[in-house]
Design a protein around this ligand. Structure first.
Ligand code: FAD
Length: 452
């Protein structure tokens, strides 16, 4: 006789873990299958290891800055294997916390791949066991896209492998213009690599505010990153001392490592969804309603596999809302608008709400306030970096529609700006707020002159 559960969750990442834990706390009998490592992309090979690498790169800037403040540090040197080993230890620690958080409310963890075999059945691939489930949650995330097959593509890595390189490459080519591509380009550069960033578009970070895009691209160029726009890779060949990458404009670049960061694809292939009649869209994502329900009522999906706002806090929230709604008798929906986000470039970006272009396209008449300035910290250090602060304001209602910050601590600043903007703050509310001085964030409440 097959075992049965109230909820079978496929995928032990941000969304699946939260949904399992909350459903179990509501009294449901829950089983969760994870084929790789608990914690999923964010913990194992996404946000967390990336931010640790970003921190590592920032020490290089700190060392540079210190001289202007009177410090002399002799013999400073960077050791990549130490960083990777320490990062791995931290990830293992987090993974065990995820395991404990699942076990505490009684979630049964299956360390294996699982596939759907019907509207209420799942098969554990390794053992062949079939589990009956009242509800099935697909939380399988996504994987890096490899793009069109080019000769030598197998010589390239993706973000997955970048976290485990045995040595730090001296010369790196990163392909892509999205946030993962620009973050890796910046962190490799900060760690001392020669970096080329190759993208098909004419500018990085599509859909971000144009001032932000230009500002960050300028800073990246200034740091020494060679940004090659309007181009793609046509082949990669191994050479005696690295890799030769041919580009679509006929030029080539010689590097030690090629990293593809051209997007991510939802993990729905060979998942058995067709056996249950679950519809997927053209990119393989699972369309869901406001409660995360697929076209099959007993099967839900959350997180990156639904390809909505592909960020950890959204997957977590969607998982939580699903569990409260289906098992807690407390239905609620996740709001996918006004999601604040950060990009850990150098300098970093914090953004919430509409870009100027999106606001104009939506028909708003706008007042734009922006300031570019040298952050105080860079004065004595002499570093030629500039900060950008921009508010997109609805001229008719005075409501702040978008806030964009580039510079040190932008990710921290934007979290609080998101609270105010989520509450409907107006420019007058920002103006009424007394500045915290001397900070960079005070610019947000002291900009008085419209720039357009
Ligand atoms: P995932 O976390 O991907 O979890 C899915 C899990 O399902 C995986 O563990 C996988 O092994 C498992 N799985 C798949 N198929 C099966 C199967 N058939 N059986 C069993 N298990 C299966 N987001 C942010 O908010 N901030 C950031 O700074 C940030 N940085 C990122 C950096 C990188 C390099 C990457 C790649 C992503 C980053 N993200 C960031 C995005 C974030 O990681 C994802 O949005 C988030 O992890 C999505 O959670 P999820 O639960 O949907 O899927």
């Amino acid at each position: 006789m097959s075992r049965s559960v109230d909820l079978f969750v496929i995928g032990g990442g941000s969304g699946g873990v939260r949904a399992s834990r909350i459903a179990a706390q509501h009294g449901a009998k829950v089983m969760l299958a994870e084929e790789f490592r608990l914690g999923g992309t964010c913990v194992i090979r996404g946000c967390v290891p990336k931010k640790l690498f970003v921190y590592a790169g920032r020490y290089a800037h700190d060392l540079e800055d210190m001289a202007g403040y009177g410090w002399t540090v002799e013999g400073a040197r960077f050791d990549w294997p130490t960083l990777v080993a320490n990062k791995d230890r931290e990830i293992a620690r987090l993974e065990s916390i995820y395991q404990r958080n699942l076990e505490a409310p009684g979630v049964e963890i299956i360390r294996d791949r699982a596939v759907v075999t019907g509207a209420h059945t799942v098969r554990i691939v390794g053992t062949g066991e079939t589990i009956e489930a009242r509800h099935i949650l697909i939380a399988t995330g996504g994987h890096p896209a490899l793009g069109p097959a080019i000769p030598g593509a197998e010589l390239a890595i993706t973000s997955n492998e970048a976290f485990h390189l045995p040595t730090l490459p001296r010369r790196v080519l990163v392909q892509g213009g999205g946030y993962i591509a620009v973050e890796f380009a910046c962190l490799f550069r900060a760690l001392g690599c020669e970096v080329a960033l190759v993208l098909r578009a004419e500018q990085i970070l599509r859909s971000f505010d144009d001032d932000v895009r230009h500002h960050v691209a300028d800073e990246m160029r200034h740091s020494g990153i060679n940004i090659l726009t309007g181009r793609s890779l046509t082949s990669i060949t191994a050479t005696a001392d690295g890799k030769r990458v041919e580009l679509s404009d006929g030029s080539h670049v010689e590097v030690d490592e090629v990293m593809l960061a051209i997007g991510r694809i939802p993990n729905t292939r060979n998942l058995g969804l067709e056996t249950a009649g679950v519809i997927v869209d053209g990119v393989g994502a699972i369309p869901v309603d406001v409660h995360g329900r697929t076209n099959v009522p007993s099967i839900h999906a959350v997180g990156d596999v639904t390809n909505r706002v592909n960020l950890t806090p959204m997957a977590i929230r969607e998982g939580h809302a699903f569990a409260d709604t289906v098992f807690g008798g407390k239905p609620w929906q996740v709001d996918h608008h006004l999601v604040a986000t950060a990009v850990f470039t150098e300098p970093e970006i914090g953004t919430v709400g509409l870009s100027e272009a999106a606001a104009r396209e939506a028909g708003f008449t706008l007042d734009i306030y922006k300031a570019q300035f040298r952050p105080m910290r860079a004065t004595l250090s002499g570093r030629a970096t500039r900060m950008l602060v921009k508010l997109v304001v609805d001229a008719d209602t005075d409501k702040v529609l978008g806030c964009h910050v580039v510079g040190e601590a932008a990710s921290e600043i934007i979290q609080m700006a998101a609270v105010a903007i989520g509450m409907g703050a107006t420019k007058a509310d920002f103006d009424r707020t007394v500045a915290v001085h001397p900070t960079a964030a005070e610019e947000l409440v002291t900009m008085r002159t419209k720039s357009s």
